[in-house]
Ligand binder design. Structure first.
Ligand code: SAM
Length: 317
């Protein structure tokens, strides 16, 4: 096995450059999606301050991180979200994005754009109020729809709509969602349901899982052209009648691991080297609070990168 290398960016021991950082800034959420995998993070009630997030991000830039994504929980639930984005933006990244359910996007879109947010993904699965209520246990569909429109209007680009496609729930809405996105100026991203720890035992996964294979075949036929996105798990992007559809296939596979360039930070300040593992986390917040300087914090990042070992090692090594 080779060692990790530091060139302009850090390359881990499986030859994967580490260039993006996804920070979960809270575990709190204002909806209760029944399928949620909570980004592979065990729920706790800790949050880092804007200054702590800024410091982590600053050190991450020094080891080669180029792109930052804020996630949660629901990141817009934090009242200091604009301050957090402004602090990150002042450090200088080519890409600062956010994943949200869109419910509070109408309130923040303009300020987030001005603070330096470049793009946004809005998780939004249905245009049917009853289905929205079934999925989220909340009555916020109109607010989320308006949030998507407001994000486009504010200048965030691209605005992607993440739709988890589920059998018997919203599979029949794919083309309505495509048209909604096209009219709004957003891009539709269709996400295949991922197994969660208990979804298989409970029968939930078998009940709702919708295999995108057939659909991809249809999209292939309908598209004027198709792009494959390298380093984005070879995701396919279909160009159809003036609109775009992207497909996100399950992440519990060797291709996902092989192309992974991302580290994650949990809401309580631990570096999470791999999405689907919780046994290799490295604490960065305690060392920071104990007075580590930037050089020492860089070493903490490098330790986490050493821990990046593919979940499915057969074709990654
Ligand atoms: N609250 C934010 C949001 O709604 O986008 C960020 C957190 S949410 C966990 C991040 C993304 O994970 C959303 O796009 C959501 O649809 C997706 N997601 C959650 N559980 C999933 C599952 N079991 N399968 C596929 N995608 C899932």
């Amino acid at each position: 096995m080779t060692e990790i290398r530091i060139a302009e960016k850090v390359i881990d021991q499986f030859e994967r450059p580490v260039i993006s950082l996804r920070i979960s800034i809270t575990n709190r959420c204002n909806v209760k999606c029944f399928y949620c995998h909570h980004d592979g993070i065990v729920p706790q009630n800790y949050e880092m301050t804007p200054n702590e997030i800024e410091r982590i991000v600053k050190v991450s830039k020094e080891i080669g991180i180029e792109k930052i994504r804020l996630s949660g929980g629901e990141p817009l639930i934090r009242e200091d979200i604009v301050e957090i984005v402004a602090k990150i933006s002042s450090i200088g990244f080519r890409d600062i994005s956010l994943t949200t359910n869109g419910v509070l996007m109408g309130k923040y879109a303009e300020d987030l754009y001005k603070a330096g947010l470049t793009r946004v993904n809005v998780s939004f699965d249905t245009l049917n109020p009853k289905t929205y209520q079934f999925i989220t246990k909340r009555d916020y569909m109109k607010r989320a729809m308006d949030g998507i429109k407001e994000a486009v209007r504010a200048g965030l680009n691209p605005v992607k709509v993440n739709m988890v496609v589920m059998k018997g729930v919203n599979e029949s809405e794919i083309w309505d969602m495509f048209n909604f996105c096209k009219e709004t100026g957003a891009i539709l991203q269709l996400i295949e349901l991922l197994k969660t720890d208990n979804s298989q035992e409970s029968g939930f996964f078998d009940e709702y899982h919708y295999d995108m294979g057939e659909l991809e075949h249809e999209l292939n036929k309908l598209s004027s052209h198709v792009k494959t996105r390298k380093f984005m798990q070879d995701r396919k992007k279909y160009f159809i009648e003036g609109g775009e559809i992207e497909i996100v296939r399950p992440m519990d596979n060797t291709e996902f691991c092989k192309n992974c360039t991302r580290l994650r930070i949990t809401p309580d300040g631990k570096i999470k080297p791999c999405l689907l593992r919780n046994d290799n986390l490295v604490d960065i917040i305690e060392p920071m609070r104990c007075g580590y300087n930037d050089e020492e914090l860089k070493k903490v990042f490098l330790k986490a990168i050493e821990n990046r070992e593919p979940y499915f090692t057969d074709s990654c090594s």
